[in-house]
Design a protein around this ligand. Structure first.
Ligand code: PLP
Length: 320
């Protein structure tokens, strides 16, 4: 029997995880490692436009990979007829906006693997290995979900997250700037980890989340940007009603917008710094990584926050 009584633990709501039928692991990259091991591909095609940690499972398993490029809609420039039965093809659901495209791709491309690290709320497709990384969407230190149709038996150790919490706590107690260094350290701490099951603590935090509310807020915030900025956004967003995006990609020829936002304490992530060094200066990948502005839409922010960001962008757009 579990211990009863005595001092309290961190008090959390006992709700439901969003992916209760998935395999719960420690990181997205390790979910990919498990896919590679189970599927035994000889080679996997991966996008240039992705996070460098995606290479980690390839280094660990010694499975070879080859990069492919994407077009202005974040879709592969690739002849799928080139794939043979032992090749895998990894595609990222960019910013949670590519659900519809993935449905089409699934018909065309054999041995597809979907990286839904940026699309926590996108459903997996039958028979297509799909993984998710929880901390891109929520205040958790680690955690990933994996859908894999093969029946596998595993007894990976259960991860322990308690030492990876300080940035989450510091951001509340001391502010974003104070916690940033620790955030980087804790991210580094996820490098080179073996495959583990998701920690009990991360699972408890994920059960604490009100997913319905998160979905509603993300959609509302996204829609507000779209209604106010689509005419000045040079990136053409096509999405359907069910989509729950990660952020609002905004592309403008105006320079210095990112710096202006940072000056206003609006922090814009770079997706991805490694792509800037990997890719040719004229490539779309380079342009996406250096010029695309990913505006926050997440559940921490309401219309007051979002409308202020829109005002800043509009004022910048009026300047010549
Ligand atoms: C597109 C993408 N895929 C996969 C990952 C890896 O997820 P994790 O850090 O949980 O291993 C990341 C970032 O880390 C990512 O940005």
């Amino acid at each position: 029997m579990n211990s009863v009584g005595g001092y309290f633990e961190l008090e959390l709501r006992k709700g439901k995880e969003y992916h209760p039928n998935a395999i719960a692991l420690n990181t997205g990259r390790n979910a990919l490692e498990l896919i590679l091991k189970v599927k035994k591909y000889k080679k996997v095609y991966i996008p240039y436009y992705t996070c460098y940690v995606i290479l980690e499972p390839f280094e660990k398993t010694k499975i070879s990979y080859e990069f492919y490029s994407i077009d202005k809609n974040f879709e592969p420039i690739f002849d799928y007829n080139l794939l043979n039965s032992e090749d895998g093809f990894l595609y990222t659901n960019y910013f949670g906006l590519k659900d519809r495209f993935i449905e089409e791709l699934a018909n065309e491309c054999s041995n597809l693997i979907i990286d839904n690290s940026q699309a926590f709320f996108s459903a997996p497709i039958n028979n297509i290995p799909t993984f998710y990384s929880c901390r891109k969407f929520f205040g958790v230190p680690d955690g990933a979900y994996l859908y894999l149709d093969n029946i596998i038996e595993f007894d990976f150790p259960i991860d322990n997250s308690e030492d990876r919490f300080s940035h989450l706590l510091k951001r509340i107690d001391l502010g974003a700037e104070e916690g940033y260094k620790t955030y980087k350290e804790n991210e580094n701490n996820l490098v080179g980890q073996p495959i583990k099951q998701m920690s009990i603590l991360t699972r408890a935090l994920l059960r604490n989340i009100d997913y319905k509310k998160v979905i509603k807020i993300r959609k509302e915030n996204f829609l507000y940007y779209q209604q106010n900025l689509s005419l000045v956004n040079d990136f053409n967003i096509i999405m359907d009603k069910e989509t729950v995006p990660m952020n609002y990609p905004f592309f403008s020829k105006k320079n210095k917008l990112k710096q202006l936002l940072i000056n206003n304490k609006i922090f814009i992530p770079t997706y991805w710094p490694n792509v800037i060094s990997w890719s040719d200066k004229n490539s779309l990948e380079y342009i996406f990584s250096t010029k695309m502005i990913f505006l926050p839409i997440d559940q921490r922010y309401d219309n007051d926050n979002i409308s202020k960001i829109v005002k800043i962008i509009k004022s910048n757009n009026h300047e010549h």
